[in-house]
Write a new protein. Structure first.
Length: 119
């Protein structure tokens, strides 16, 4: 956006990388006042192969799951069995890759969920 709109460009947390990166849960630290509001609402847990794996901070009453975006495509995947709850914009082969990604990182994703929501 240009100047005068009152908004600066989105700045991603330091975990953004083209490589596989498990992001620290710095969203719950006392320094959260320095983070962007969207960081507190959608903590990024993992970035791999262009996929952003995150969860919404307002969904603690649902079973553990993650949202996975790549470009305009998005999916919601349950962590207990890596099944796809819903998706939009992904091909069947991409969904298979997403399910393998979740299975490969299942333990760290569950740990991040429970650490963030305190469950």
């Amino acid at each position: 956006m240009g100047e005068g709109h009152g908004r600066s460009p989105r700045q991603y947390p330091p975990c953004e990388s083209p490589k596989t990166v498990v992001c620290p849960l710095f969203f719950r630290e006392s320094s959260a006042s320095h983070s962007q509001p969207w960081q507190q609402q959608m903590p990024t847990i993992l970035r791999v192969d262009g996929f952003r794996v995150y969860f919404y901070s307002h969904e603690p009453d649902e079973p553990p799951h993650v949202h996975i975006d790549k470009g305009p495509a998005t999916a919601k995947v349950w962590l207990h069995d890596a099944s796809v709850a819903r998706s939009s914009g992904y091909s069947a082969s991409e969904l298979g890759k997403i399910q393998r990604l979740v299975k490969n990182h299942q333990l760290s994703l569950k740990e991040a969920w429970h650490a963030f929501f305190g469950t």
